[in-house]
Design a protein around this ligand. Sequence first.
Ligand SMILES: Cc1cc2nc3c(=O)[nH]c(=O)nc-3n(C[C@H](O)[C@H](O)[C@H](O)COP(=O)(O)OP(=O)(O)OC[C@H]3O[C@@H](n4cnc5c(N)ncnc54)[C@H](O)[C@@H]3O)c2cc1C
Length: 548
Amino acid sequence: MNRIEMLSQIDHTEVYDIVIIGGGATGLGSAVDAASRGYKTLLIEQADFGKGTSSRSTKLVHGGVRYLAQGNIKLVREALAERGRLLKNAPLMTSTQPFVVPVFSLWEKFYYSAGLMLYDVLSGKLSLGKTRLLSRKKTLELLPNINPKKVAGGILYYDGQFNDAELCVELAHTAIRYGATVLNYTKAVGFIKEKDIIVGVELEDQLGAAVGEGGGDVSDGGAGSESAAQLPRRTVRCKCVINATGVFTDAVLQMDDPDADTLVYPSQGIHLVVEAKYFKGINAMMIPKTDDGRVLFAVPWQGKVVVGTTDSHVDHIDLEPLPLAEEIHFVLEHFNRYTNAAITKADVLSVFVGLRPLVRSANAGSNISSLLSRDHTLVVSPSRMVTITGGKWTTYRKMAEDAVNNAVFTAKLDAPSASDKTKTGAKVSAKVSPRKCISYQLPIGDGGAGAALKKELIANDGSLADLLHPAYGYCKADVIVAARCNMALTVEDFLARRIRLLFLDARAAVEVAPLVAEIMAKELNYSAEQIEKQVSNFNHLANQYIIH
Ligand SMILES: Cc1cc2nc3c(=O)[nH]c(=O)nc-3n(C[C@H](O)[C@H](O)[C@H](O)COP(=O)(O)OP(=O)(O)OC[C@H]3O[C@@H](n4cnc5c(N)ncnc54)[C@H](O)[C@@H]3O)c2cc1C
């Protein structure tokens, strides 16, 4: 996975079948689907893979228990099938996570156990474990830090867990394995049209600004930063475009047609990360309905505990959204209420924030984002652009399949081309069977290339096994592997998404940033000035993950 190689592929490709805009779960999934069907595919991401919402999830591969309460059986069944597929296709990147729902009355025990039994039944052969009723004693044993007051018992059920940013990179590897061109730090800034149909995309290289080559800011997510005019641009030709830009969907829709209706109703969710001592054990806790009707999770993840989330409508869309004071208060207050912890802001190791690309419905009011559909939405524009948004990480594969099916149909990608016709001009049948989606059982990942390189690096130079930080297991070789194999181009790419230190412990991430920058500089030929700029950019960013 090498950016220079990818740029050279662009220069040597006359026309792509499909250009996918957006390198989150949906876009990368679409790249895997399209490339594995044999279409010439290009994916571009304006920042780093997963920089948007796809690195900021609760890290659950789940059917969505709460959608059952809304009676959305079809959505839950589909998500459970996708949960099962993902756990099979990416076994090294996913795991089964036991959850306990504490109940506070007999009625709750009956209600939630019926729902969770149904949840298990709906997963069919892809069940991750049987839902069980728990006595009060067993509930307190499985959730050692729960506040025992009023607990009447519990229900044990199973869902999946993963590392979202890691899966983004592994999807990129998979797409590349099937011949896709996949580029980070490349933004779509315009379309080329013939007779109102998109036949090309104008790309702008954002890397200079990201690595510290003076001015520029990739965090605005929209067109028109001051330095935009100086950034290098190129165009690619294509037969169709998939718009998979999450909460930026409307900006791309309007780049195609300034009068296009808006689709997305962004809803913000925050997570607080705290030490495992505040929530011991291997089980996660799910409170299906807090007193104000929200869901609260406390989930063990990578040696810490992730607590969240919230659902607050926001008007401003940013790649680095900021937590609201009331969101932090809500999560702290409710975590303390349901456990015997008494954590304060000072105990929070990191706060990370994501924006859900919920889809507006015609009758949605102003403040009801928790009631908006979590299903995905697909729109085909007159220009033949296919826009896919909504849904969730768990259903990315199905979203990708739908997006590619529509792109193939709209742009007639499977129709015989002029070169398919015989020289005598004999008619070729217009009916060509579409290339089938094969992502149902497609193994995801780099096939262990990164792990092999790490081993080799350490065998040649033992000092590369030195830890970056005494409290965390990441070593110097990890930085080199990330730069060489996983297209990490900045200090932030490494600390936020190749390893998750920014999300797990923002202060520790700040401490190691200079060392990471030094190692990356050797790998990627950065100047002293660029290193300094990257470290200072990173410190500025990490400051947003620390609660002051
Ligand atoms: C708080 C929270 C918790 C969640 N928890 C879960 C969970 O536990 N499990 C689950 O299944 N789902 C979860 N979700 C939902 C899931 O994270 C999202 O549905 C999913 O990540 C959306 O992916 P996406 O690819 O559509 O969008 P994104 O990940 O946002 O990707 C869109 C990308 O497009 C890029 N882009 C935008 N404009 C351009 C342009 N002009 N040119 C190039 N690139 C561009 C952006 O930089 C961005 O990286 C959660 C969501 C939130 C907010």
